[in-house]
Design a protein around this ligand. Structure first.
Ligand code: SAH
Length: 208
């Protein structure tokens, strides 16, 4: 996994070390544990996926995190990226719209002895204003349009990374907040993520 991350341009030793110490097998369904050493997304519950580790690592590197940062993750899934973040920064809040995934993430993180991550059930398109401000925000699902309100929840100079754009044409973009507004700084890569879906989970989310 570390080799795959290096190939993807990740050189930050703290991120490479986090990849080494976080046991990915704890964050995937039991029948997918044999796949955890492949640098590929893996299906989890509710029709979602845990992302490709090298891509998560490259996104974390682009956020230029420091050890005393407070970070918001939108789209917890089963908690793998949150576990990586827990090793890189002081405090993590992460929001997930499916209660079942949030509960799994809490269990997985606790089983790893991680105690600086708080998992909240909610709609991440609104951010998580009650715990703002954040030094950085990472969105793990693709938004057709970036929720501009997130700029108000970042400190001045805070960074946000998100896959943005329509299915088939998503780009991972990096923004910087200034006076509550988000300004695009650069583009990292093209990707394919599960969609960022506003509102509460409902029957329309259930696979037939
Ligand atoms: N961070 C995870 C990736 C999970 S996939 C990992 O490291 O493996 C993206 C997640 O975003 C899914 O679990 C999906 O349910 C969630 N999601 C989608 N729209 C959301 C929203 N509006 N608010 C919160 N979570 C959302």
């Amino acid at each position: 996994m570390v080799a795959a991350a290096r190939r993807a341009g990740v050189h930050d030793p703290r991120i490479l070390e986090a990849l080494e110490v976080v046991p990915r097998e704890r964050f995937v369904p039991p029948d997918r544990r044999r796949d955890v050493d492949h640098d590929r997304p893996i299906g989890i519950a509710e029709g979602q996926t845990t992302s490709q580790p090298s891509l998560i690592a490259a996104m974390l590197q682009a956020l230029e995190l420091t050890a005393d940062d407070h970070v918001l993750e939108i789209g917890t899934g089963t908690g793998y990226q949150a576990a990586l973040l827990s090793h890189l920064v002081a405090q993590v809040h992460t929001v997930e719209r499916f209660p079942r995934l949030a509960e799994a993430a809490r269990r997985n993180l606790a089983a790893c002895g991680i105690d600086n991550v708080e998992v909240v059930v909610g709609d991440g398109t609104k951010g998580l204003p009650e715990h703002a401000p954040y030094d950085a925000i990472t969105i793990a699902a693709a938004a057709e349009q970036l929720p501009e309100v997130l700029g108000e929840q970042l400190v001045d100079g805070g960074r946000l990374i998100a896959p943005v754009g329509p299915d088939g044409g998503q780009q991972v973009l990096i923004y910087r907040a200034e006076g509550g507004r988000l300004e695009q700084v650069r583009r990292l890569t093209g990707v394919r993520f599960v969609p960022l879906v506003p509102g509460d989970p409902s029957a329309r989310d259930v696979e037939p």
